[in-house]
Design a binder for this molecule. Structure first.
Ligand SMILES: NC(=O)c1ccc[n+]([C@@H]2O[C@H](COP(=O)([O-])OP(=O)(O)OC[C@H]3O[C@@H](n4cnc5c(N)ncnc54)[C@H](O)[C@@H]3O)[C@@H](O)[C@H]2O)c1
Length: 249
């Protein structure tokens, strides 16, 4: 089967790591990020390594932009049968200071964006009776996280969304699973959050508490995503696969 994956938020960090790993398995990749220019840098890496990839610019919370991007990918490489919903934003705001606008923006991008991309892509999977959906949630959804009510709620809803898709589309050969990362360092999000100077010490102590005493790498998440995307993982659905150094659920 010709395998085509759409990876959102793939210009940087975890998404770029997943994309590089899937390309090694011969999968053609749509690299979707906010702008085509941003996505183009990582496409060049894939092509240099002999893979097939295409840069797509779209805001995942804009249905028109997502539909146009998906149509371009389909026309270039064929129907999409692997979807990695990885794009997202984060934020740290004390609960009592959280505004309606901050709440709405977080839920619009992390949750509604995931809904839109999935709804636009899934007809391809139904048509071919084979599909893999991998949602990148967050360990904050499992444990809670102070000053992140909007973020952890959006990611918790992604876990429920993942399980619902597993129930609704299993009969079409489509699996739906989620990976909730913990501290994956050297991404744009980590540098702007837990690797900030005022947070680094507190979060380093959590990493040092183990059991595996290091930060996660994008490649750690990518390895699990590649397995979930494979034929071998066809009996695994509705699962939360913790790739987190062993700390949580
Ligand atoms: N880094 C971590 O420790 C960590 C922990 C838990 C969960 N996560 C989740 O993993 C995913 C990737 O995180 P990362 O650390 O690589 O972050 P990152 O900020 O480095 O990458 C996220 C990418 O998503 C893109 N993006 C943001 N909003 C978008 C939108 N509306 N439309 C299209 N693209 C958009 C950004 O441009 C960026 O390239 C996120 O969903 C994040 O919540 C990360």
């Amino acid at each position: 089967m010709n395998k085509v994956a759409l990876v959102t938020g793939a210009a940087a960090g975890i998404g770029a790591g997943i994309m590089r790993r899937l390309a090694k398995d011969g999968i053609a990749i749509g690299v979707l990020d906010l702008t085509e220019e941003r996505a183009a840098k990582t496409v060049a890496d894939i092509e240099a390594a002999g893979g097939r990839a295409m840069a797509l610019g779209a805001d995942i919370s804009d249905r028109g932009q997502v539909t146009a991007a998906v149509e371009r990918l389909r026309a270039a490489f064929g129907p999409i049968n692997i979807l990695v919903n990885n794009a997202g934003i984060t934020g740290f705001v004390p609960f009592l200071e959280l505004t309606d606008e901050e709440w709405d923006t977080m839920l619009r991008i992390n949750l509604k964006g995931t809904f839109i991309v999935t709804q636009v892509v899934i007809p391809d999977m139904i048509a071919s009776q084979w599909g893999r959906i991998i949602n990148i949630s967050s360990s904050s959804a499992q444990t809670g996280a102070a000053k992140m009510a909007h973020y952890s709620s959006s990611k918790g809803a992604m876990i429920a969304f993942t399980r619902t898709l597993a129930q609704e589309f299993g009969e079409h050969g489509i699996t739906s699973n989620t990976i909730p990362p913990r501290f994956v360092h050297n991404t744009e999000m980590s540098v702007a959050s837990f690797e900030r100077d005022d947070m680094r010490e507190k979060f380093q102590a959590m990493v040092d508490a183990g059991p595996i005493r290091r930060h996660g790498e994008p490649e750690d998440i990518a390895g699990a995503a590649a397995w979930l995307a494979s034929d071998e993982a066809g009996y695994v659905t509705g699962q939360v696969i913790g790739v987190n150094g062993g700390r949580y659920i």
